[in-house]
Design a protein around this ligand. Structure first.
Ligand code: AHN
Ligand code: ZN
Length: 331
């Protein structure tokens, strides 16, 4: 059995109350303090997270239906298993905007699978087949490396998995690595298409969760959480579906001193995995995703420059430590 993460201060306060000979009101305040607990939140190691990001990028682009995608999927499942999670692979054939059949794989790592009280943490692990937002149109058909767009969220979650395995929080944790998020129609595509062609893996998971009747108290999606100089504001759908979770996360970030990274303000609406998780699975889920005045999230977004050169450990640390603060304080 692992040691519980909490240190109950009851005995310390009982000592104090034994020495104080006050009246009734003092006793009741001591009683209140008896229930206070100090939660020991582990330290997010940004070097470790960075390495998990790099390990994914080293496979090359992780585009569905490629051998690099298969190899990286195997790496992620093995890594979650090595971190003591119960791993479920959810394989699905999904239809892309142009009719392409995508061999997709959602990978779920669960801790305390028997617990009914759960938190779901999401990131997408696939990468976009086209750098269709690149300044140079010659690059528009080149697959991106997705260091930030894909690998960063997954890398942060692998680091969280490593820590959760060493010291379990009160609630059960599900690390849910979603596939086929970034296969939405490219900007150069001239046919008809809908926003529903983004986030295919999350739509599948939300309709067929990995265990029957799955539910979680809330969910947090990490998308592009490793960019240099990134700033996160409260995303619009998150605020519509889960304002209390946004509040909780931004409050935790401020408490930890990350108020310059997690800023107040409206981040705008983003069609991302959390939208379908909210709509279809009805799990209140927020998206931690960067806001940029030009609407491109980061300067490297969907460009050939989405490489390790533009990953900043400080951003990974701010996001990772904030998520840990939230999940370890949940009772
Ligand atoms: C759209 O561009 C419609 N959604 C952004 C979601 C996304 C793409 N996240 C990463 N890549
Ligand atoms: Zn993308």
């Amino acid at each position: 059995m692992k040691k519980k993460p909490m240190i109950v201060l009851a005995s310390v306060f009982m000592m104090f109350s034994a020495f104080s000979c006050g009246g009734g009101s003092k006793t009741s305040s001591a009683n209140e303090q008896n229930e206070k607990v100090v939660v020991n939140v582990p330290q997010f190691d940004a070097d470790s997270a960075y390495l998990y990001v790099k390990n994914q990028v080293d496979f090359g682009p992780r585009v569905p239906n490629t051998k690099e995608h298969v190899a990286c999927g195997n790496y992620l499942a093995e890594q979650l298993e090595a971190f003591g999670a119960q791993v479920t692979n959810q394989y699905a054939d999904l239809i892309a905007y142009d009719g392409t059949l995508l061999k997709a794989r959602n990978i779920i790592g669960s801790y305390k699978p028997e617990s009914k009280k759960r938190i779901a943490l999401f990131a997408h692990w696939d990468t976009r087949p086209w750098a269709d937002n690149d300044a140079d149109s010659k690059n528009h058909h080149t697959p991106i490396l997705g260091a930030n767009d894909g690998a960063s969220g997954v890398g942060a979650l692998l680091e969280i998995a490593r820590l959760v395995n060493k010291q379990q929080p009160e609630l059960g944790i599900d690390i849910i690595l979603l596939d086929a998020e970034d296969y939405g129609a490219p900007q150069f595509y001239e046919g008809k298409h809908k926003e529903e062609f983004w986030c295919l893996g999350s739509q599948y998971w939300a309709r067929h969760s990995h265990v029957q009747g799955y539910n979680a108290r809330f969910g947090i999606l990490l998308d592009m959480v490793g960019g240099e100089g990134s700033v996160f504001m409260k995303e619009g759908y998150s605020e519509d579906f889960a304002p209390d979770i946004n509040k909780k996360v931004w409050k935790a970030a401020k408490k930890l001193g990350y108020g310059k990274t997690f800023m107040d303000g409206n981040g705008g609406l983003v069609t991302d995995d959390h939208l379908f998780i909210n709509r279809l699975a009805r799990i209140k889920t927020i998206d931690i995703i960067p806001t940029s005045p030009d609407g491109d999230f980061t300067p490297t977004w969907h460009t050939v420059n989405d490489t390790m050169d533009h990953i900043d450990k400080n951003t990974l640390k701010a996001v990772g430590q904030t998520v840990l603060e939230v999940i370890y304080n949940e009772k």
